[in-house]
Design a protein around this ligand. Structure first.
Ligand code: COA
Length: 163
């Protein structure tokens, strides 16, 4: 994504960085159910934000961040590491807008394939399927929940080529 982009409903998308960590953690804490062990802590986010090829997209309404996407590119492959929208702002297209911005940004960086991991049973799978992602593998017991329970991950991929 280059610069700012405004979507329907007054949602503003912009590229973020380490300076946005408080906003990211506010959304993270609200968006990810602790039961499933998918959320990252601030140190993990800051650590990865310092690496080359990592980018953050923030969705906000007015002053408040309501969603974010964190991604990483290596050569012509990219991974969507995290996508979250605060529960109160869901089902109004913000997750889709973040995914669109991520795919657009990835294409801009020369990416041919976008990968992600998602917990088995996560409703986000519907969002990914409708965006052309398909399953390419499974990792058993990839997520560890707060109570120690383990959840499998689906590896999903889609091509970003326009041909
Ligand atoms: C996944 C998530 C980012 C979706 O955000 P969102 O802003 O609600 O998504 P959108 O409104 O753009 O949804 C677009 C479409 O995706 C599908 N979708 C999104 N959430 C869905 C759900 N809970 N159940 C079924 N379909 C869903 C629908 O097709 C939806 O279109 P519709 O509302 O017209 O039916 C949000 O639910 C979230 O933060 N979940 C917790 C964190 C998480 O698990 N992230 C993904 C793994 S990293």
């Amino acid at each position: 994504m280059t610069g700012l982009s405004t979507r329907a409903g007054g949602v503003l998308l912009r590229e973020g960085g380490a300076q946005d960590i408080a906003a990211v953690m506010t959304v993270m804490d609200a968006a990810f159910d602790k039961q499933f062990g998918e959320a990252w802590n601030a140190q993990q986010c800051l650590g990865i934000l310092g690496l080359p090829g990592v980018w953050l997209t923030i969705a906000s309404i007015g002053e408040d961040a309501v969603g974010f996407a964190l991604s990483r590119v290596i050569l012509d492959e990219a991974e969507l590491l995290l996508l979250g929208v605060s529960p109160r702002f869901r089902r109004r297209g913000i997750g889709q807008a973040l995914l669109d911005a991520t795919m657009e940004n990835a294409r801009h960086r020369g990416v041919n394939h976008l990968h992600l991991e998602v917990r088995q049973g996560n409703p986000a799978i519907s969002l990914y399927e409708r965006n052309g992602f398909s399953e390419v593998g499974r990792r058993a017991d990839y997520y560890r929940g707060a109570d120690g329970s383990l959840f499998d991950a689906f590896s999903l991929t889609r091509s970003l080529r326009r041909d």
